[in-house]
Design a protein around this ligand. Structure first.
Ligand code: AP5
Length: 221
């Protein structure tokens, strides 16, 4: 099962990808997480990417492509994957097509998580992320049991630098300019499945699993 989660910032791609990866026992590959890891580790890629990320802009295609090729070559990807945050424009979609062909893999389904702008702003400006395990929380929607502390690993929660209101608005603008065109691209390949992601996270997850089952009725989830 090879799935792409597509959608605007804050639609819940990361939240759903983590749960889906657990349920389907598949690796979750998130380019945003991989980039933040590089920034944290101070790698050359991280140094080059940081400024773009802080401004809410896309990191140059060639940098992200190289990072993704590296990750997709790991052996765990052979059993399937959940891709979150890639592709983000037409050029990346074509790069991904070539990469998957080289690896003898194919996309089964592209799930488009549709969300309204007011929900996105509320979600992102209230998001909290664990500095230890990367789990997502939300001040109101999904508060941690103990203020500022991760339920799963006890790590400290922080606000992402790109979750300030102005930067979120910029990310939304970039999404509309660059990423929205991918809806048509995958529609033309008859891979796209749309669903509303404004509902409760558990309901959204159920809908995604239902879609996945339409592709593979042997799934036991
Ligand atoms: P990335 O990390 O991919 O950010 P994004 O796409 O903007 O998406 P987010 O992580 O902000 O949102 P999400 O949809 O995952 O929502 P989440 O589940 O966290 O990318 C960051 C940056 O890296 C980019 O701006 C760019 O610079 C760079 N980058 C990454 N990939 C790149 C690429 N391919 N090319 C170039 N540059 C790239 O949920 C958000 C909040 O809402 C959370 O608090 C969560 O708890 C809450 N929530 C989620 N679902 C629900 C629900 N159903 N109900 C209530 N609350 C919910």
């Amino acid at each position: 099962m090879n799935i792409i989660l597509l959608g605007p910032p804050g639609a819940g791609k990361g939240t759903q990808a983590v749960r889906l990866a657990q349920d389907l026992v598949l690796p979750h590959i998130a380019t945003g997480d991989l980039l933040r890891k590089n920034v944290k580790q101070g790698t050359q890629l991280g140094k080059e990417a940081k400024d773009y990320m802080d401004k809410g802009l896309l990191v140059p295609d060639e940098l992200v492509a190289e990072m993704l090729r590296h990750r997709m070559s790991d052996s765990d990807v052979k059993k399937g994957f959940i891709l979150d945050g890639y592709p983000r424009n037409l050029n990346q979609a074509k790069t991904l097509d070539v990469l998957l062909k080289d690896l003898n893999l194919e996309i089964d389904s592209v799930v488009y998580l549709d969300s309204s702008e007011s929900v996105i702003l509320q979600r992102l400006t209230g998001r909290l992320v664990c500095s230890g395990c990367g789990s997502n929380f939300h001040i109101k929607n999904m508060p941690p049991k103990k203020t500022g502390i991760c339920d799963h690993c006890g790590g400290k929660l922080y606000q992402r630098t790109d979750d300030k209101e102005e930067t979120v608005k910029k990310r939304l603008e970039v999404y509309k300019q660059e990423t929205a065109s991918l809806i048509k691209y995958y529609e033309s390949k008859q891979k796209l499945r749309r669903l509303s992601a404004d509902e409760d996270a558990q309901i959204v997850l159920k809908k995604i699993i239902q879609l996945a089952k339409e592709f593979d009725d042997s799934l036991k989830v």
